[in-house]
Write a protein that binds this ligand. Structure first.
Ligand SMILES: Cc1ncc(COP(=O)(O)O)c(C=O)c1O
Length: 428
């Protein structure tokens, strides 16, 4: 471990030496040790078109020599304007205002703060409670941790969180016989909450269809539709945290396309720049924006970051969206989902014990071992075993998952499943 580095989400006292990567192309990372590794998880879910995509790299170089950065309050620039317009063209017409920030956590903070101030500006400050699902993860800043308090990562900070009500989440998998009972119980808990606190709740934040960081926990669209409709009936704002699900991960460009209820806010980050640079957006309904208009600064949204709408990051975003508009990804995503399902079914048979397999779009996941927690002792074994096979897979506790970039070939996917099979069998 380098003596000047403190890496994220790592117990440095026991972690092995970090893998030193010197270059990357497509789905392959090239190690300083001379070995190649398949990036099976898109480098923490950010990469979409493959590493070092020429079009994005060119766009960054061009922008960097033209305008590096300018403050975004009182000034604006082409890349931010163009990216906002291109994004809004892909979203429901009501989602028309783009607020830039730097990462997924800040995109979530912005949505929560806007929701709270929206009701204050409307003269109904009593609407200030926040609702979320148990197991939801929304980032590591204090507001994002508060809504993600039940994700299992934040015990030392519980004392400083603002109050959030966490609803039961009916996580499910292939062949889950208990799914309907779990959904019925979750909806009953939601109805009970709404009967008591519906009128004082400002916003409901969800990771639509898949909770990522807490272990690729899937829910059924029919359940989520019912929950969202109940919440919407109470005038509560809906925040879709699509930081992970956005940009094609679930087989459509955004997860909301697979649901019947549209959000008032959508948070996007990770894949926004194609995986090159940190940038995020909170896109909100026009009615939210309108409630912040007025003569006094008190009604304005007093939030901003030094690098808000950084031109180079925005240029990367523009180039990434152009690639989305020219590549026929729909067919690719479908083919990957079919492949995932076939491979998971095969693995389930060979493993001879339940793996709780699940797949949607380009994400596939399975659970090994019995103890379901992030710090399971299986985890270091899994990480090491995959790296030895040339696979960069960073299991979430004992949940092994794939979320590859969209340049990954079926042969490369086959290689990933070959490695997973060997490792799962070794776990017996
Ligand atoms: C759903 C979701 N929201 C928010 C975040 C936080 O994003 P960032 O790490 O860019 O702050 C993440 C990160 O994994 C995420 O998966």
């Amino acid at each position: 471990m380098h003596k000047n580095i403190w890496p994220p989400f790592t117990q440095t006292a026991t972690a092995p030496e970090p893998l030193h990567i010197k270059s990357a192309k497509g789905a392959v990372l090239h190690g300083l040790n001379g070995k190649n590794y398949l990036d099976c998880i898109s480098s923490w879910w950010v990469n979409v078109h493959g590493h070092c995509h020429e079009k994005i790299a060119e766009s960054i170089v061009k922008q960097a020599s033209q305008l590096d950065h300018v403050l975004f309050a009182g000034c604006t620039h082409d890349s931010a304007l163009f990216l906002a317009k291109s994004l809004c063209n892909l979203l429901p017409a009501s989602l028309s205002r783009v607020f830039y920030s730097d990462n997924g956590s800040t995109a979530v903070e912005v949505a929560l703060k806007m929701a709270i101030q929206y009701f204050q500006n409307l003269g109904t400050p009593e609407r200030r409670h926040i609702l979320a699902f148990q197991g939801g993860y929304h980032g590591d800043t204090v507001g994002a941790m508060s809504v993600g308090a039940e994700s299992g990562f934040f015990e030392p900070f519980r004392g400083i969180f603002f109050p959030v009500h966490h609803l039961p989440y009916p996580a499910t998998w292939d062949g889950d016989d208990a799914v309907e009972a779990k959904e019925t119980a979750a909806l009953a808990a939601l109805e009970q909450y709404l009967a008591m606190h519906g009128a004082t709740t400002a916003a409901f934040i969800v990771e639509p269809l898949v909770q990522g960081a807490s272990g690729m926990r899937f829910c059924r669209p029919e359940f989520l539709n019912k929950a969202l409709k109940l919440v919407r009936e109470q005038g509560i704002l809906l925040v879709f945290d699509e930081v992970m699900t956005g940009f094609g991960r679930l087989g459509s460009l955004f997860a909301f396309e697979q649901l019947e209820v549209q959000p008032d806010f959508i948070c996007l980050a990770k894949g926004l720049t194609g995986g090159f640079l940190p940038l995020s957006v909170t896109v909100c309904d026009e009615k939210i924006f309108e409630a912040f208009q007025g003569d006094s600064f008190d009604r304005a949204f007093a939030h901003g970051h030094s690098y808000t709408a950084n031109p180079i990051a925005c240029a990367a975003g523009v180039a990434s969206l152009e690639i989305f508009s020219t590549r026929p990804y729909d067919a690719y995503w479908q083919a990957v989902e079919v492949f995932h399902k076939e491979q998971l079914a095969r693995l389930q048979k060979t493993a001879g014990k339940p793996l709780k397999t699940r797949a949607r779009g380009t994400i596939a996941a399975l659970t090994v071992g019995d103890d379901e927690n992030y710090s399971t002792t299986l985890n270091p074994f899994l990480k090491k075993a995959f790296l030895e096979r040339g696979l960069l897979i960073r299991p979430l506790g004992n949940v092994i998952y794939l979320m590859p970039p969209y340049c990954t070939t079926l042969e490369q996917l086959e290689e990933m499943y070959g490695g997973i099979e060997a490792v799962v069998l070794a776990c017996k």
